[in-house]
Design a protein around this ligand. Structure first.
Ligand SMILES: NC(=O)c1ccc[n+]([C@@H]2O[C@H](COP(=O)([O-])OP(=O)(O)OC[C@H]3O[C@@H](n4cnc5c(N)ncnc54)[C@H](OP(=O)(O)O)[C@@H]3O)[C@@H](O)[C@H]2O)c1
Length: 344
Protein backbone atom coordinates (compact mmCIF):
# COMPACT_ATOMS: atom_id res chain seq x y z
CA UNK A 1 0.00 0.00 0.00
CA UNK A 2 1.45 3.31 -1.14
CA UNK A 3 0.05 6.43 0.60
CA UNK A 4 0.71 10.05 -0.36
CA UNK A 5 0.19 13.03 1.95
CA UNK A 6 -0.27 16.47 0.34
CA UNK A 7 0.35 19.50 2.53
CA UNK A 8 2.78 17.34 4.48
CA UNK A 9 4.42 20.20 6.42
CA UNK A 10 1.15 21.25 8.11
CA UNK A 11 -0.07 20.00 11.48
CA UNK A 12 -2.40 17.32 10.16
CA UNK A 13 0.01 16.42 7.35
CA UNK A 14 2.93 15.84 9.72
CA UNK A 15 0.76 13.73 12.00
CA UNK A 16 -0.37 11.69 8.99
CA UNK A 17 3.27 10.95 8.13
CA UNK A 18 3.86 9.64 11.65
CA UNK A 19 0.66 7.58 11.74
CA UNK A 20 1.33 6.07 8.31
CA UNK A 21 4.97 5.35 9.17
CA UNK A 22 3.73 3.22 12.08
CA UNK A 23 0.91 1.61 10.09
CA UNK A 24 1.40 -2.12 9.50
CA UNK A 25 -0.30 -2.15 6.09
CA UNK A 26 1.46 0.86 4.55
CA UNK A 27 4.75 0.07 2.79
CA UNK A 28 5.50 3.32 0.93
CA UNK A 29 4.83 6.98 1.75
CA UNK A 30 5.14 10.02 -0.50
CA UNK A 31 5.33 13.28 1.45
CA UNK A 32 4.21 16.13 -0.83
CA UNK A 33 5.02 19.74 -0.04
CA UNK A 34 4.57 22.88 -2.13
CA UNK A 35 6.91 24.91 0.08
CA UNK A 36 9.72 22.39 0.67
CA UNK A 37 10.10 20.11 -2.38
CA UNK A 38 13.47 18.40 -2.33
CA UNK A 39 14.14 19.21 1.32
CA UNK A 40 14.56 16.43 3.90
CA UNK A 41 11.41 15.55 5.83
CA UNK A 42 13.56 15.87 8.95
CA UNK A 43 13.79 19.63 8.28
CA UNK A 44 10.16 19.78 9.48
CA UNK A 45 10.14 16.86 11.90
CA UNK A 46 13.51 15.82 13.37
CA UNK A 47 11.86 12.50 14.27
CA UNK A 48 12.39 11.58 10.61
CA UNK A 49 16.16 12.17 10.87
CA UNK A 50 16.67 8.56 9.81
CA UNK A 51 13.66 8.01 7.54
CA UNK A 52 12.30 4.49 7.47
CA UNK A 53 12.28 2.33 4.37
CA UNK A 54 8.75 3.61 3.64
CA UNK A 55 10.27 6.92 2.49
CA UNK A 56 13.17 5.42 0.52
CA UNK A 57 11.63 5.94 -2.97
CA UNK A 58 11.81 9.70 -2.34
CA UNK A 59 15.11 9.46 -0.40
CA UNK A 60 13.47 10.80 2.76
CA UNK A 61 12.58 14.10 1.06
CA UNK A 62 9.47 16.07 0.28
CA UNK A 63 8.36 15.75 -3.35
CA UNK A 64 6.00 17.67 -5.66
CA UNK A 65 2.42 16.82 -6.55
CA UNK A 66 3.56 15.87 -10.07
CA UNK A 67 6.18 13.45 -8.76
CA UNK A 68 3.63 11.85 -6.43
CA UNK A 69 1.06 11.55 -9.22
CA UNK A 70 3.58 9.77 -11.45
CA UNK A 71 4.04 7.15 -8.71
CA UNK A 72 0.28 6.40 -8.69
CA UNK A 73 -0.32 6.03 -4.94
CA UNK A 74 -3.15 3.79 -3.80
CA UNK A 75 -4.44 6.44 -1.41
CA UNK A 76 -3.92 10.21 -1.20
CA UNK A 77 -4.53 12.24 1.94
CA UNK A 78 -5.08 15.91 1.25
CA UNK A 79 -4.12 17.97 4.31
CA UNK A 80 -4.57 21.25 2.44
CA UNK A 81 -6.69 24.32 3.19
CA UNK A 82 -10.26 24.39 1.89
CA UNK A 83 -10.72 25.82 -1.62
CA UNK A 84 -7.11 24.83 -2.46
CA UNK A 85 -7.52 21.11 -1.83
CA UNK A 86 -9.90 20.08 -4.61
CA UNK A 87 -7.86 21.65 -7.42
CA UNK A 88 -4.47 20.43 -6.14
CA UNK A 89 -5.87 16.88 -5.83
CA UNK A 90 -7.06 16.89 -9.47
CA UNK A 91 -4.32 14.52 -10.77
CA UNK A 92 -5.46 11.84 -8.33
CA UNK A 93 -9.21 11.74 -8.92
CA UNK A 94 -10.09 8.51 -10.71
CA UNK A 95 -6.67 6.96 -10.14
CA UNK A 96 -6.22 6.96 -6.32
CA UNK A 97 -8.60 6.85 -3.40
CA UNK A 98 -8.64 10.45 -2.14
CA UNK A 99 -9.27 11.26 1.53
CA UNK A 100 -9.70 15.02 1.80
CA UNK A 101 -9.25 16.58 5.24
CA UNK A 102 -10.49 19.94 3.97
CA UNK A 103 -14.11 21.03 3.64
CA UNK A 104 -14.19 21.00 -0.17
CA UNK A 105 -16.45 17.93 -0.45
CA UNK A 106 -18.20 17.89 2.92
CA UNK A 107 -21.36 19.85 2.08
CA UNK A 108 -23.51 18.61 -0.81
CA UNK A 109 -25.85 21.60 -1.02
CA UNK A 110 -24.11 24.23 -3.15
CA UNK A 111 -25.98 27.16 -1.61
CA UNK A 112 -25.11 25.99 1.91
CA UNK A 113 -21.47 25.58 0.89
CA UNK A 114 -21.43 29.08 -0.58
CA UNK A 115 -22.99 30.47 2.60
CA UNK A 116 -20.20 28.85 4.64
CA UNK A 117 -17.19 29.36 2.35
CA UNK A 118 -18.14 32.40 0.27
CA UNK A 119 -18.05 30.68 -3.10
CA UNK A 120 -19.45 27.67 -4.93
CA UNK A 121 -17.87 24.26 -4.17
CA UNK A 122 -14.67 24.01 -6.24
CA UNK A 123 -15.57 20.65 -7.85
CA UNK A 124 -19.36 20.39 -7.92
CA UNK A 125 -19.05 17.58 -10.48
CA UNK A 126 -17.56 15.31 -7.80
CA UNK A 127 -19.95 16.10 -4.95
CA UNK A 128 -22.31 13.22 -5.73
CA UNK A 129 -19.57 10.64 -5.44
CA UNK A 130 -18.00 12.11 -2.27
CA UNK A 131 -18.86 10.20 0.93
CA UNK A 132 -18.89 12.04 4.24
CA UNK A 133 -16.18 10.35 6.28
CA UNK A 134 -17.69 10.17 9.73
CA UNK A 135 -16.24 6.71 10.16
CA UNK A 136 -18.76 5.25 12.62
CA UNK A 137 -21.79 6.64 10.81
CA UNK A 138 -21.25 6.13 7.07
CA UNK A 139 -19.20 2.95 7.37
CA UNK A 140 -20.70 0.94 4.54
CA UNK A 141 -20.50 3.85 2.06
CA UNK A 142 -16.89 4.61 3.11
CA UNK A 143 -15.92 0.99 2.37
CA UNK A 144 -16.80 1.57 -1.31
CA UNK A 145 -15.83 5.24 -1.70
CA UNK A 146 -13.08 6.62 -3.93
CA UNK A 147 -13.50 10.14 -2.57
CA UNK A 148 -13.93 10.58 1.19
CA UNK A 149 -14.67 13.98 2.76
CA UNK A 150 -13.10 13.71 6.20
CA UNK A 151 -15.24 15.66 8.72
CA UNK A 152 -14.25 18.71 10.74
CA UNK A 153 -13.07 18.33 14.34
CA UNK A 154 -15.94 20.22 16.02
CA UNK A 155 -18.28 18.30 13.75
CA UNK A 156 -17.04 14.85 14.75
CA UNK A 157 -17.08 15.80 18.44
CA UNK A 158 -20.72 16.96 18.19
CA UNK A 159 -22.19 14.48 15.71
CA UNK A 160 -21.06 11.19 17.26
CA UNK A 161 -23.19 11.59 20.40
CA UNK A 162 -26.09 13.41 18.71
CA UNK A 163 -26.77 11.42 15.54
CA UNK A 164 -28.16 8.20 17.10
CA UNK A 165 -30.47 10.27 19.32
CA UNK A 166 -31.97 12.32 16.49
CA UNK A 167 -32.30 9.21 14.33
CA UNK A 168 -34.40 7.46 16.98
CA UNK A 169 -36.41 10.52 18.00
CA UNK A 170 -35.00 10.46 21.53
CA UNK A 171 -34.16 14.17 21.42
CA UNK A 172 -35.96 16.99 19.64
CA UNK A 173 -35.48 20.61 18.69
CA UNK A 174 -32.25 22.48 18.48
CA UNK A 175 -29.02 21.47 20.19
CA UNK A 176 -26.92 24.10 21.94
CA UNK A 177 -23.23 23.28 21.48
CA UNK A 178 -20.61 25.20 23.44
CA UNK A 179 -17.23 23.92 22.30
CA UNK A 180 -13.61 24.50 23.35
CA UNK A 181 -10.66 23.92 21.03
CA UNK A 182 -6.87 23.90 21.31
CA UNK A 183 -5.03 26.39 19.11
CA UNK A 184 -3.70 23.75 16.67
CA UNK A 185 -7.25 23.57 15.32
CA UNK A 186 -6.42 26.74 13.39
CA UNK A 187 -3.44 25.15 11.60
CA UNK A 188 0.20 26.11 11.44
CA UNK A 189 -0.04 29.46 9.70
CA UNK A 190 1.32 32.51 11.51
CA UNK A 191 -1.42 34.85 12.67
CA UNK A 192 -1.27 37.32 15.53
CA UNK A 193 -4.55 36.16 17.01
CA UNK A 194 -3.16 32.64 17.46
CA UNK A 195 0.12 33.77 19.04
CA UNK A 196 1.07 32.77 22.59
CA UNK A 197 0.77 36.29 23.94
CA UNK A 198 -2.75 36.69 22.55
CA UNK A 199 -4.06 33.28 23.57
CA UNK A 200 -2.30 32.45 26.86
CA UNK A 201 -4.45 33.03 29.97
CA UNK A 202 -7.40 33.80 27.71
CA UNK A 203 -10.61 32.17 26.43
CA UNK A 204 -12.16 33.52 23.24
CA UNK A 205 -15.63 32.87 21.81
CA UNK A 206 -14.74 33.58 18.21
CA UNK A 207 -17.72 32.72 15.97
CA UNK A 208 -20.90 32.58 18.03
CA UNK A 209 -24.35 31.35 17.08
CA UNK A 210 -24.23 30.02 13.58
CA UNK A 211 -21.33 31.98 12.13
CA UNK A 212 -18.69 29.22 12.32
CA UNK A 213 -18.47 27.12 9.16
CA UNK A 214 -18.80 23.88 11.05
CA UNK A 215 -22.34 24.81 12.09
CA UNK A 216 -23.52 24.32 8.49
CA UNK A 217 -21.68 21.01 8.35
CA UNK A 218 -23.23 19.82 11.61
CA UNK A 219 -26.73 20.90 10.56
CA UNK A 220 -26.33 19.21 7.15
CA UNK A 221 -25.60 15.85 8.79
CA UNK A 222 -28.20 16.19 11.55
CA UNK A 223 -30.75 17.16 8.91
CA UNK A 224 -30.34 13.77 7.24
CA UNK A 225 -31.70 12.18 10.45
CA UNK A 226 -34.10 14.91 11.63
CA UNK A 227 -34.87 17.32 8.78
CA UNK A 228 -34.71 21.00 9.67
CA UNK A 229 -32.69 20.51 12.87
CA UNK A 230 -30.92 23.72 13.87
CA UNK A 231 -28.10 24.25 16.33
CA UNK A 232 -26.61 27.10 18.30
CA UNK A 233 -22.86 26.63 18.01
CA UNK A 234 -20.45 28.60 20.18
CA UNK A 235 -16.78 27.68 19.53
CA UNK A 236 -14.08 28.94 21.90
CA UNK A 237 -10.31 28.92 21.62
CA UNK A 238 -8.63 27.93 24.86
CA UNK A 239 -4.93 28.06 25.77
CA UNK A 240 -3.89 24.50 25.00
CA UNK A 241 -2.14 23.09 21.95
CA UNK A 242 -4.37 20.13 21.22
CA UNK A 243 -7.73 18.85 22.36
CA UNK A 244 -11.40 19.64 22.15
CA UNK A 245 -14.48 19.50 24.37
CA UNK A 246 -18.11 20.12 23.39
CA UNK A 247 -20.79 20.68 26.04
CA UNK A 248 -24.10 19.96 24.36
CA UNK A 249 -27.55 20.71 25.83
CA UNK A 250 -30.59 19.30 24.04
CA UNK A 251 -34.19 18.51 25.01
CA UNK A 252 -35.43 14.96 25.37
CA UNK A 253 -38.57 14.10 23.39
CA UNK A 254 -41.69 13.55 25.57
CA UNK A 255 -41.49 10.30 27.52
CA UNK A 256 -37.82 9.75 26.67
CA UNK A 257 -35.04 9.39 29.25
CA UNK A 258 -31.28 9.06 29.48
CA UNK A 259 -31.76 5.28 29.44
CA UNK A 260 -33.17 5.53 25.90
CA UNK A 261 -30.12 7.55 24.85
CA UNK A 262 -27.78 4.97 26.40
CA UNK A 263 -29.53 2.17 24.51
CA UNK A 264 -29.21 4.11 21.23
CA UNK A 265 -25.47 4.73 21.72
CA UNK A 266 -24.95 1.10 22.62
CA UNK A 267 -26.77 -0.06 19.52
CA UNK A 268 -24.87 2.32 17.20
CA UNK A 269 -21.38 1.99 18.59
CA UNK A 270 -21.22 -1.29 20.53
CA UNK A 271 -18.57 -2.83 18.27
CA UNK A 272 -16.75 0.41 17.43
CA UNK A 273 -13.48 1.06 19.28
CA UNK A 274 -13.26 4.82 18.83
CA UNK A 275 -16.73 6.12 19.79
CA UNK A 276 -17.47 5.60 23.48
CA UNK A 277 -20.21 6.66 25.84
CA UNK A 278 -18.50 6.66 29.23
CA UNK A 279 -21.49 7.11 31.55
CA UNK A 280 -21.96 9.93 34.03
CA UNK A 281 -18.26 10.49 34.73
CA UNK A 282 -17.34 13.61 32.77
CA UNK A 283 -14.18 13.00 30.65
CA UNK A 284 -11.43 15.56 30.16
CA UNK A 285 -9.74 16.26 26.85
CA UNK A 286 -6.37 15.05 28.18
CA UNK A 287 -7.81 11.52 28.48
CA UNK A 288 -7.97 11.19 24.70
CA UNK A 289 -4.80 13.11 23.79
CA UNK A 290 -3.02 11.28 20.97
CA UNK A 291 -5.73 8.63 20.75
CA UNK A 292 -8.33 8.23 18.02
CA UNK A 293 -11.19 8.12 20.56
CA UNK A 294 -14.17 10.37 20.96
CA UNK A 295 -15.54 9.88 24.51
CA UNK A 296 -18.67 11.47 25.92
CA UNK A 297 -20.65 11.53 29.14
CA UNK A 298 -24.31 12.33 29.72
CA UNK A 299 -26.57 13.58 32.50
CA UNK A 300 -30.32 14.23 32.56
CA UNK A 301 -31.66 17.51 33.92
CA UNK A 302 -35.29 18.74 33.83
CA UNK A 303 -36.12 16.96 30.57
CA UNK A 304 -32.83 17.82 28.87
CA UNK A 305 -29.58 15.99 28.30
CA UNK A 306 -26.21 17.55 29.09
CA UNK A 307 -23.46 15.86 27.08
CA UNK A 308 -19.71 16.40 27.32
CA UNK A 309 -17.78 15.10 24.32
CA UNK A 310 -13.98 15.11 23.98
CA UNK A 311 -11.46 14.24 21.28
CA UNK A 312 -8.00 15.18 20.05
CA UNK A 313 -8.64 17.60 17.19
CA UNK A 314 -5.58 16.42 15.27
CA UNK A 315 -6.34 12.69 15.68
CA UNK A 316 -10.03 11.67 15.78
CA UNK A 317 -10.78 15.23 14.64
CA UNK A 318 -8.54 14.97 11.55
CA UNK A 319 -5.58 12.67 10.73
CA UNK A 320 -6.58 9.69 12.89
CA UNK A 321 -10.09 9.55 11.47
CA UNK A 322 -8.56 9.86 7.98
CA UNK A 323 -6.43 6.76 8.67
CA UNK A 324 -9.50 5.03 10.15
CA UNK A 325 -11.30 5.77 6.87
CA UNK A 326 -8.37 4.32 4.90
CA UNK A 327 -8.59 1.20 7.07
CA UNK A 328 -12.30 0.83 6.35
CA UNK A 329 -11.88 1.52 2.63
CA UNK A 330 -9.04 -0.97 2.12
CA UNK A 331 -10.33 -3.69 4.46
CA UNK A 332 -7.63 -3.30 7.11
CA UNK A 333 -8.39 -3.72 10.82
CA UNK A 334 -10.25 -0.58 11.89
CA UNK A 335 -7.69 0.05 14.64
CA UNK A 336 -4.59 -0.56 12.47
CA UNK A 337 -1.99 2.13 13.10
CA UNK A 338 -4.24 3.96 15.56
CA UNK A 339 -4.14 4.30 19.31
CA UNK A 340 -7.12 3.54 21.54
CA UNK A 341 -5.32 4.60 24.75
CA UNK A 342 -4.07 8.15 25.07
CA UNK A 343 -0.34 8.66 24.53
CA UNK A 344 0.73 10.44 27.70
N1 LIG B 1 -5.89 21.46 12.55
C1 LIG B 1 -6.97 20.75 12.86
O1 LIG B 1 -7.24 20.47 14.03
C2 LIG B 1 -7.88 20.26 11.76
C3 LIG B 1 -8.95 19.44 12.12
C4 LIG B 1 -9.82 18.98 11.13
C5 LIG B 1 -9.61 19.35 9.80
N2 LIG B 1 -8.58 20.17 9.49
C6 LIG B 1 -8.41 20.55 8.07
O2 LIG B 1 -7.25 19.90 7.56
C7 LIG B 1 -6.63 20.72 6.57
C8 LIG B 1 -5.18 20.95 7.00
O3 LIG B 1 -5.19 21.57 8.28
P1 LIG B 1 -3.85 21.87 9.07
O4 LIG B 1 -4.27 22.27 10.44
O5 LIG B 1 -2.89 20.76 8.91
O6 LIG B 1 -3.31 23.16 8.28
P2 LIG B 1 -1.86 23.77 8.28
O7 LIG B 1 -1.11 23.36 9.49
O8 LIG B 1 -2.05 25.23 8.02
O9 LIG B 1 -1.17 23.08 7.02
C9 LIG B 1 -1.70 23.18 5.70
C10 LIG B 1 -0.57 22.85 4.72
O10 LIG B 1 -1.12 22.95 3.40
C11 LIG B 1 -0.13 23.49 2.53
N3 LIG B 1 -0.69 24.71 1.96
C12 LIG B 1 -1.16 25.79 2.60
N4 LIG B 1 -1.69 26.68 1.73
C13 LIG B 1 -1.55 26.15 0.53
C14 LIG B 1 -1.90 26.56 -0.76
N5 LIG B 1 -2.54 27.72 -0.98
N6 LIG B 1 -1.59 25.79 -1.79
C15 LIG B 1 -0.96 24.63 -1.58
N7 LIG B 1 -0.61 24.16 -0.38
C16 LIG B 1 -0.92 24.92 0.68
C17 LIG B 1 1.10 23.77 3.33
O11 LIG B 1 1.92 22.62 3.25
P3 LIG B 1 3.14 22.52 2.19
O12 LIG B 1 3.88 23.81 2.28
O13 LIG B 1 3.91 21.36 2.70
O14 LIG B 1 2.51 22.31 0.85
C18 LIG B 1 0.57 23.85 4.76
O15 LIG B 1 1.54 23.49 5.69
C19 LIG B 1 -7.44 22.03 6.52
O16 LIG B 1 -8.36 21.98 5.45
C20 LIG B 1 -8.17 22.04 7.86
O17 LIG B 1 -9.37 22.75 7.84
C21 LIG B 1 -7.69 20.62 10.42
Amino acid sequence: MHAAVIGATGYTGMLLLRLLDAHPDVSEISAVSSSKPGEPISSEDPGFGSPTVKFSASKGRFITVGEAASRRPDVVFSALPHLASASICAPFFGTSVVIDLSADFRIKDRAVFEQAYGQQPPRPDLLDQAVYGLAEWHTSAIKKADLIANPGCYTTCSLLPLLPLYRKGIIRGRAIINALSGISGAGKKADLKYSLTERAESVWLYSPGRSHRHSQEIEAELGLEAPGTRIVFNPHLVPMKRGMEATIVVDLAPGRTLADAEAAWNESYESRPFARYVGSRVPSSSEVWGSNRCDWSAAELDGSLILSSVLDNLVKGASGQAVQNMNLRFGFAETAGLSIANTF
